[in-house]
Design a protein around this ligand. Structure first.
Ligand code: HDE
Length: 697
């Protein structure tokens, strides 16, 4: 029993940290004597309904789940802060953009779109990148994706898009993938999807980590300055870690090996103090540019190439604290596109306008009450004053009598009257930009939205040959899962408008004997746009092994100095290291000492590492040359174009894995410990892509 009761009024009831000496209580605070046995009539029952303690426990358990998000169900949240590096008062009056050095707390949730809460992290999918900025003027939510365009141009099509991508309603599968008839049927009937299709068939849809992907606000928004002047803006997140993806065969294996690969990666790097950072960039342009641009800036299936409107960096997001409680924070966080602050405004993008309705609506369903803003993760960190009241789970209830406005309570406490409460402020409050609006009420798609292929083609031709091959392979994989021939043909018909070479690769890959006719474009001609190098991952590689992970496969008798040299070299490059061994207990190295392992070999396959090293004696290598997990460790690393370091004694394993005769410059022999440094330096390239080029020829 506590000595004193805290006689507080209101406030959110919080469980204090649970200590070792605390007595278990019911939700009403009554102490519990036995948490193992239901009250019963005699030792062999029956159980008594009277047991209020057992019933309360089961009752609470029965109601633990809330509906998962209808899209973006699987996600991972993390705290951080945004620091402004460059003030932009000429563009925006928002406080968050006006004081250099100011730090604004944030919460970011990364997600996949199609899969349910328990689906694997490396599904081929768009990734959500949603950030809540707890600014001094209220919460601003930038609810973006890792791809700068979207499948559709009008929000009314969203339920159909998502229905087609999610499991078919009759059979309830396939989960977390688009490789099925319904999805390809829908997109092939919606040519506006073609640009997005290019992006999701690229390696952008299988990022190596949340840390290594870009983020985009997608829509055109407005920035409004203190004089009420507006400019258009597109928001970009640029990872300081650089861009990196896995390849499809690797993704398939990671999903089996570690379905939590992305969330584990984020958790581990933050726990290790390696905080990921993104620069916030803006592309700012005016009405005149919007008028002169080849495409409509309100069309979310289009980008504005960075070469045309450069991205100005204005600040940095640092993610530096994992959540304390997944449900309370990651699950209950509610992002809404309508959460904007003075100085930021919407544009007339029809997709954005639809989203503004959807997010608030879905939060009510998911969190069960309009008071979800009282949940700590959603509550603004600035003062909140309004006359909203009551409702389920109301936690912050206002004091006093005045609960309406206007009112004539004085606000002057001396005359014994009640305070009058808050008032709107024309100077400090949000005012919508006075964009002129006129026109008949119609249901039409603007003519200016009609070009569906030019930017799709631009994306494709901006990729390196390796990336183009991956896109071709992805399309072949997906369309091979489509059963209906007419859908496959319709898709190849679209590809012919994007790139004939790609259309041919895909047609051949799915065994199509006759090339279907090209789809009829809604608008002719399809423009030949210049390459945009910013669209390629490999052209923008980080050239650093920092934040990446080396797997060292050790065995009895392995050279202890070499293992240590590798560990040190990786560490000084800012990389992480895991030791893999035949047993999790580790292995006795050449110095006679046991080195503990992080993973047993079949729990630490090479797909979870960025590069691998083999340090073992000859006898072990001979044994492993016949051991399936060891063979896979090497042959997968080879197939996935990874750098492979090996001590000369490990040759028998390379032979057993069938790669000894195909060794290329991606193999580095570790003849003496000094070689460890050279190996890690080589790993800065992340992959030895020449290996793929050779395989292709
Ligand atoms: Fe969303 N989207 N969306 N979306 N979206 C949701 O809101 C919706 C779109 C995005 O981590 C839902 O809270 C419509 C584009 C992210 O909690 C829902 C349309 C972009 C997240 C919803 C779109 C996004 C969501 C489901 C078509 C990138 C996860 C749960 C107009 C710019 C946020 C929820 C989180 C979540 C509706 C299209 C990003 C149903 C109607 C485009 C990152 O409200």
């Amino acid at each position: 029993m506590p000595d004193d009761l805290e006689l507080s009024k209101g406030g959110a009831p919080q469980q204090k940290p649970r200590g070792d000496d605390d007595v278990l209580t019911t939700a009403q605070g009554a102490p519990i004597a036995d948490n193992q046995n239901w009250l019963s009539a005699g030792p062999r029952g029956p159980q008594l309904l009277e047991d209020h303690i057992a019933r309360e426990k089961i009752f609470h358990f029965d109601h633990e789940r809330i509906p998962e998000r209808v899209v973006h169900a699987r996600g991972y949240g993390i705290h951080g802060h945004f620091e402004l590096k460059k003030a932009i008062p000429e563009y925006s009056s928002a406080a968050i953009f006006n004081e250099v050095g100011e730090k604004t707390p944030t919460f970011t949730r990364f997600s996949t779109v199609a899969g349910n809460k328990g689906s694997p992290d490396l599904a081929r999918d768009v990734r959500g990148f949603a950030t809540k900025f707890y600014t001094k003027q209220g919460n601003w939510d930038l609810v973006g994706n890792n791809i700068p365009v979207f499948f559709i141009q009008d929000a009314i099509k969203f339920p159909d898009l998502i229905h087609s991508a999610k499991p078919a309603p009759d059979r309830g599968f396939p989960q977390a993938q688009t490789a099925h008839d319904n999805f390809w049927d829908f997109v092939s009937l919606s040519p506006e999807s073609m640009h997005m299709i290019m992006w999701i068939m690229s390696d952008r849809a299988i990022p190596r980590s949340f840390r290594f992907m870009e983020g985009f606000g997608v829509h055109t928004f407005r920035l409004v300055n203190a004089k009420g002047e507006a400019k258009f803006v597109k928001f970009h997140w640029k990872p300081k870690q650089g861009l990196q993806s896995v390849i499809w065969n690797e993704a398939l294996k990671i999903n089996g090996m570690d379905p939590d690969f992305h969330r584990r990666d984020m958790w581990d790097s933050v726990e290790a103090g390696d905080f990921p950072q993104w620069d916030l960039g803006i592309q700012v342009f005016d009405e005149a540019f919007a008028e002169s641009f080849e495409f409509d800036v309100l069309d979310a299936t289009k980008i504005i190439p960075e070469e045309q409107v450069p991205v100005e960096i204005i600040g940095t997001l640092t993610l530096d604290a994992n959540v304390d409680n997944f449900f309370a924070e990651t699950e209950q966080v509610a992002f809404c596109t309508q959460n904007i602050v003075p100085g930021i405004d919407f544009s007339e993008d029809p997709l954005l306008q639809g989203r503004n309705f959807s997010y608030l609506d879905t939060q009510l369903k998911r969190l069960g009450s309009p008071n979800f803003t009282h949940i700590p993760i959603n509550a603004p960190k600035c003062p909140v004053h309004n006359f909203h009241q009551d409702g389920h789970m109301a936690m912050t209830n206002p004091k006093g009598r005045a609960n309406y406005e206007p009112n004539s309570w004085s606000g002057d406490m001396d005359d014994n009257r009640e305070p009058r409460g808050p008032r709107a402020s024309a100077e400090r409050g949000f005012t919508s930009y006075e964009a002129p609006v006129a026109g008949p009420k119609v249901r039409v798609r603007s003519e200016t939205f009609a070009d569906h292929y030019s930017q799709a083609r631009q994306f494709y031709i901006s990729q390196t040959p390796v990336e183009q091959t991956h896109m071709g392979n992805a399309l072949v994989f997906e369309l091979s899962k489509v059963e209906r021939m007419d859908i496959r043909k319709r898709m190849v018909g679209h590809l012919r408008n994007i790139d004939d070479g790609l259309a041919k690769v895909v047609a051949d890959g799915i065994g199509m004997t006759e090339m279907p006719p090209a789809a009829t474009p809604a608008r002719q001609p399809i423009t030949d746009l210049p390459e945009s190098p910013a669209l390629s991952i490999l052209k923008n590689g980080p050239d650093s092994f920092k934040g990446r992970k080396l797997g060292i496969y050790i065995a009895e008798g392995g050279d202890a100095d070499m293992v240590r040299a590798l560990q040190e070299a990786a560490k000084s490059a800012g990389a992480m290291v895991e030791i893999v061994a035949p047993h999790v207990a580790g292995a006795k190295l050449s110095d006679g000492k046991m080195m503990a392992a992080d993973q047993k070999i079949d729990g630490g396959p090479s797909v979870v590492y960025d590069a691998v090293a083999l340090v073992m004696d000859e006898a072990a290598a001979r044994n492993f040359g016949e051991d399936k997990p060891s063979i896979d460790f090497v042959s997968d690393a080879f197939a996935h174009s990874k750098f492979i370091a090996y001590v000369p004694e490990a040759m028998a394993l390379l032979e057993g894995a069938g790669v000894a005769k195909r060794m290329d410059d991606g193999f580095i022999e570790l003849s003496k410990p000094a070689a460890a440094k050279d190996f890690i330096a080589r790993c800065a390239k992340l992959r030895f892509w020449d290996r793929e080029a050779v395989k292709k020829d």
